[in-house]
Design a protein around this ligand. Structure first.
Ligand code: NAI
Length: 346
């Protein structure tokens, strides 16, 4: 894997205990990246940082194996519920470092109660996820994934490949934080009219030319709806049968945030009735059972996921919105910095 030049992670460990870090749910590309970065961290010779990489996830059963680790580094689908946290506490773990932005998979209250610090990577190239969002929109619209296969088979028929011109279309952006704003900038560049909904509006968004409206107005007027808000109690299933009902016929729905934002049963009904004309997902509510692993030789048991893959107008990617070289470097550098300096705690 080609490595980018990166800033040295600054570590002054003189006033710290020795770090013994366990990484969970790791893939080979991450191990190479973190190993290289760790070599650049300057530490006291008598307190070298010890690291172990596990492929398996961290959850209530695997947490029991964390004896002797000061820090655990986890990803989007590790299950850090109260039981996991209690097991980590018994093992003496002091810090849970999320190597991602979203923290819906961590019981932060339980961690606070247990005296375990939780940190995350609040921002890393929001453009990375925004660009993937546009990749889904453009692929679904212009059907380049189907054209690729056709042309390779010598079939140059254009039937079924017709798209629509994005310029001038109204797009609804739900959540106008870092990623939502990056999406808005790109959409405005395409010449779209952008409607936004966020309980905490941002003046920069209005100044850029997008318009805040109520969620209902956004749903009613947008031919594309894209989700960029965190998953929490209020946003769980924000897209449901009722909200789909408000959308125009043939709407395009895009979710690169968290699977739990959409009610999959309502989505399937919407696809069957043709209310939803296009669906692009990079996340899925029960993705922890599937994503980041090769299940191609198995019988996938998740019938809802399997049903979704049968629609010709559905495009699913396996949580790869963050997956660029630049973003991975930023995530790794911030995660190590969080461990060493205690920054970005929740
Ligand atoms: P952010 O914290 O900068 O922005 C989130 C925005 O959503 C805030 O402005 C907040 O006020 C708003 N919001 C909160 N509740 C809302 C609601 N009920 N309705 C509408 N808006 C609401 O977060 P950022 O960095 O923009 O990330 C957004 C989400 O993207 C993350 O929470 C994460 O789930 C997801 N994500 C996905 C990745 C991928 O690889 N597919 C990678 C990184 C993040």
């Amino acid at each position: 894997m080609k490595m980018l030049k990166h800033e040295k992670v600054h570590a002054n460990q003189s006033d710290q205990q020795q770090k013994h870090i366990a990484f969970f749910s790791t893939r080979p590309y991450e191990r190479a990246l973190y190993s290289e970065l760790l070599e650049t961290v300057s530490v006291d010779n008598d307190k070298p940082i010890k690291v172990v990489f596990f492929e398996h996830p961290l959850n209530a059963s695997t947490a029991a194996s964390c004896n002797g680790y000061s820090d655990v580094v986890v990803f989007v689908n590790d299950d850090i519920n109260a039981a996991t946290i209690n097991a980590l506490k018994r093992c003496g773990v002091k810090h849970i470092a999320l190597r991602c932005a979203g923290f819906n998979n961590v019981d932060v209250k339980a961690a606070k109660k247990a005296g375990i610090k939780v940190s995350r990577v609040p921002a890393y190239s929001p453009e990375t996820v925004a660009e993937h969002t546009l990749a889904l929109i453009l692929t679904l619209n212009r059907k380049t994934h189907k054209a690729y296969n056709r042309v390779r088979e010598g079939n140059f028929d254009l039937g079924g490949l017709m798209g629509f011109t994005l310029h001038g279309k109204t797009v609804g952006v739900i959540g106008t934080g870092k990623i939502g704003q990056a999406v808005i900038r790109i959409l405005l560049g395409f010449g779209c009219r952008v409607l936004c909904f966020d309980p905490q509006p941002d003046n920069d968004v209005t100044a850029s030319g997008a318009h805040y409206v109520t969620l209902n107005e956004l749903l009613e007027k947008s031919v594309i709806v894209t989700l960029h808000c965190p998953l929490n109690e209020k946003s769980h299933h924000i897209i449901n049968a009722e909200s789909i009902d408000k959308m125009p016929q043939g709407v395009m729905l895009i979710n690169t945030s968290r699977g739990g934002l959409v009610d999959d049963n309502a989505i399937i009904k919407g696809l069957k009735s043709k209310k939803i004309g296009y669906l692009g997902l990079d996340v899925y509510e029960r993705e922890s059972e599937l994503f980041f692993h090769d299940h191609s030789q198995e019988i996938i048991q998740d019938d809802i996921f399997q049903r979704l893959t049968t629609f010709p107008n559905v495009l699913i990617t396996g949580h790869q919105g963050f997956f660029t070289l630049e973003a991975l470097h930023e995530i790794a550098a911030t995660t190590l910095n969080n461990i060493i300096t205690g920054a970005n705690t929740l």
